[in-house]
Structures are given as structure tokens and as C-alpha cells.
Design a protein around this ligand. Sequence first.
Ligand SMILES: Cc1cc2nc3c(=O)[nH]c(=O)nc-3n(C[C@H](O)[C@H](O)[C@H](O)COP(=O)(O)O)c2cc1C
Length: 331
Amino acid sequence: MKNEIYNRKVKIKDLTLDLPVALAPMAGVTDLPFRMLCKEQGCGLLCTEMVSAKAIYYNNRNTWQLMDIDSGEHPVAVQLFGSDPQIMADMAARVAEESDCDIIDVNMGCPVPKVVNNGEGSALMRRPKLVGEILSAMVKAVNKPVTVKIRKGFTEESANAAEIARIAEASGAAAIAVHGRTREQYYSGRADWGVIRQVKEAVSIPVFGNGDIFTAEDAVRMLEETGCDGVMAGRGARGNPWLFREIKALLTEGEVLPRPDRQEVYETMLRHGRMLTELKGEYIGVREMRKHVAWYTAGFPGSAVLRGRVNEAQTFDELKNLLEEAFLGNR
Ligand SMILES: Cc1cc2nc3c(=O)[nH]c(=O)nc-3n(C[C@H](O)[C@H](O)[C@H](O)COP(=O)(O)O)c2cc1C
């Protein structure tokens, strides 16, 4: 049975999403190859890893690679982090002009000390006035939609997601994603979906709920329980781009899809490895693929042994042989 939620199309300014399901930005994970795999599975909105506005400002060489976008992956957001309104606005303008992104997203959720101690990421939740200044300046500087990703709050006591959401809306933000954990919690405990509902009730721009979507059922339950317009999945998509087709099938047809079989997992890992190697070179590609293989094969019989071997692989051919042996060896 079709879920009526599916009929509610999410609009981010002039952009209408095919599916109200987004890939959460994840540093070290949501690079171009991984985003393409999620797109193939029907993900409605992609996002880059977070990119430092200051690094763009200082012309850091490797930064633009994070914003490589393929013509097949639209709509896609570039996520910036920073805290200086002028630099954020100027860099948003540069990114909007020089990259092929559809949306500029602002990171107000990152909990890591290196970022927080600079007053960036989730530290911005403690400075509502500055949030307004940053977003207003950025919205003025670019024509593309500016969106923002926040947490429940910095601490439990100071949780202020609804207040920050109102400020974001008043400053011209086109949508908001809220992760139902505080900075204090990092990624521990369970995400509080109640705060997603609070944010939804506080604003009229689209709200994406985020936190602990690991299955298609989780996604539909979050949409139903919180009233949010869209959902955003992060860790549940690692080594599991099929999550998006499963959410789509459940949302659109009420159908519970079977999990991918070993052949499909194998083929996807191989393609993922090939794409990574082509984009980043064999040395980096094979090394980065190690963690993806661990995610793809978590819970499979023999996965610990395979992981150990893949961690020793130096070349793409070695990686391919190991995967072949593990997945096709005893057919
Ligand atoms: C490895 C990793 C990297 C992350 N990097 C970012 C990031 O660059 N920008 C951001 O806004 N959130 C980042 N996050 C947070 C996720 O986008 C998401 O909010 C969080 O994982 C909760 O959602 P989930 O339960 O679906 O994983 C990261 C999370 C993880 C696990």
C-alpha cells in the first residue's frame, strides 16, 4: 500500500526532491564514489563531506577535491563549516559559482574538539545571534538555497534546537536537518526524535529528521512519529547504499525488499573500490576501501578474517582477488 507521506513532495526553494530521503554528510565517508552508489539506489538528496570555509579561503589544495560533483548525482549539497559570517558568505558565493552544487549547507552539528574549540560546528548552537548573522550573510551572497544542519543542542540543559531553527528560518534558510543528540552525546545513546517534532512544529521550512535510521522501517517510523518532511540517514548507509531503495520501496509501495545477496554486495564493493581508485589513485583508494569493506561485510561469516586480509592489501588487484575468493570462491 502506498504511504500517503510519499505524496508530500519536499521542496527546498525551487528544488523538488524525488524522494524525501537524504544521505547525511559524513567526513571520510560521503565522497563522490559513495554518493554515486547511494544515488543509484534512489537517495533523494546527497551531501558532500564537510568542507572548511577557511581552507577554501586560504586556497588549500585538497579542499576542492571534496567538492567534485558528478553530473549524475544531482541534487547535491556542499556542506561548509566555519564561524565568520563574512568568510562563510564569501566562500559560499565562490562555491556556488565554481562548484556544480545545488545547495549550500552549513554545519552546526560537528562535535569534535578541533572544530568546536574554533567556535565552529556544534559550538554555534551556543551563539544564536551569530547563527543568524552567518545565515543571513550567506543567503544574501548566493542564489542557491542555503540549508543548515543542527543538533538537539550543545548540552542537555541548553538544548535549543527549536530556537536555532526559528532563527535559521528568519535568516532565510531553505531547510533544516536536526540530529536528535546533543554535542555532549556525540553519537552515543539514542537520538531523541521528540526534538525533531519540536523543530517541525517551530518552523514552516522543510525539516529533515536525523539520528538512528538503520532500516527502512526506522525511516518510515520517524516520518510518522515526528511529522518531519524528510529523513536523513548517516551511519545506517555505510556499507549499505541499499538502505535507500529499501526506504523507497517501503514508502512508495509498502513493500519490504529483501536484503542484497552476496553477489550484489560483492559487485558493489568491487565497483566502489574501482571508483575510489580512479578518483584518488590506487594508494589512497585501496586504503580507503578497507573501512568500506568492513562496513559492507559486517556480520557476514568470515568477515573478521577477510577484514584482516583486506587491511594488508596494497593494490586494487590484491583487493579484488581477496573479495573474489571470499565471495565467489565456494559457489
Ligand atoms: C564518521 C562520521 C562523520 C560525520 N561527518 C559529518 C559531517 O561532515 N558533517 C555533519 O554535519 N555531520 C557529520 N556527521 C554526523 C552525521 O551527519 C549524522 O548527523 C549522525 O551520524 C547521526 O545520524 P545517523 O544516526 O543516521 O548516523 C558525521 C557522522 C559520522 C559517524
